[in-house]
Design a protein around this ligand. Sequence first.
Ligand code: NAD
Ligand code: MG
Length: 391
Amino acid sequence: MNQETPKQIAILGSTGSIGTQALQVIAAHADRFEARVLTANHRWELLAEQARQFKPAAVVIADESHYEPLRDALADLPIAVYAGADALCQVVESPEVDMVLTAMVGFAGLPPTIAAIRAGKPIALANKETMVVAGELINGLCRQYQVPILPVDSEHSAIFQSMMGEVSPIEKIILTASGGPFRTFTCEQLETVTPAMALKHPNWDMGAKITIDSASMMNKGFEVIEAKWLFGVEPEHIQVVVHPQSVVHSAVQFADGAVKAQLGVPDMRVPIQLAFSFPERLQSDFDRLDWFTMHDLTFERPDTDRFRCLALAYVALHRGGNAPCIVNAANEIVNRAFLEGRCRFLQMADIIEETLQRATFIKQPTYEDYLQSDAQARRIAAAFLSSSFNV
Ligand code: NAD
Ligand code: MG
């Protein structure tokens, strides 16, 4: 069944890895989807180029210092140009927007996601940090405003797809992880890994932040938290399984022991497109699995001694309240510092752990509490960083 008018999609973070792939999906299905709003943080030239091609009604550049060149670059087109973080929240509320893809990085995705939910917009969720920080709050708002969340993260899309048509509860989620570029490294080797080494992900080409998180396995820890909130499953029933080939994107086990998984070539356009078209599946020319070249699909237990960030995510999950928000904020600080050569790889977990101990714990945080916890944890992590990084 074809919709009469194309679905109007707002892409928060259109210049990033997920954002640009989402635009490929939109371009391939111009009869079904249109980019209504495009936004970026700094990269105004690319944003202007995208706006020329996709002709959205509005664009937002979050970093206000790029407002004027962006406005001038688009002066000949009927496109509204805005700047600043508040504008991100306002543009998603437009009555013409049918769906919001949250493809921004980090805590910054939380306010516009909340604005979109309050405006009743279905969310295609890539920005996992939103669920990590405030999953309970987001779920409450989604219930209140009757807004669905369509997962874009490949594992969560796989779980979602494995759940399609099921009416019985999940016994266990099998959350697969590639293990990242350092899967086989010893602790000694991990001492000296560089950002360049961490940025070479074996299977996925992603933005820098998530690539570093994948190398430390903090990404998988965040995905456990994301899965808890998206699927209502407690951490004891979420099994992380290292699967270096990234063919099985995740699986669900049911009460009778049956396991359903979703498989495919690693390509984020598949979950992005499904989030846009759900419940339909659309034709694609993406690569297909070649069953006769997949000789070894292997599965291993994750090692939380070497990958302590994964263990810390579980600690935060069990502690609850604002603990995941604290871990997320500290992680954003050390992730950036590692990328810029200001923090060693193994030091990231130390600083996150110390920040979790020092930051104020709040059992039932409000939205305001999350904002304050995020700011406090960033301050604490930054202070640890500057006092400890001298070797
Ligand atoms: P990216 O760094 O490639 O792109 C991020 C986008 O967000 C850019 O358009 C950037 O301009 C914008 N942005 C960043 N910070 C911003 C801010 N403070 N305010 C406004 N805009 C901002 O990142 P990505 O890899 O595309 O990841 C985006 C999100 O999707 C992340 O939350 C990530 O965890 C999640 N995700 C990504 C992948 C992937 O394959 N890349 C897979 C699963 C989930
Ligand atoms: Mg993922």
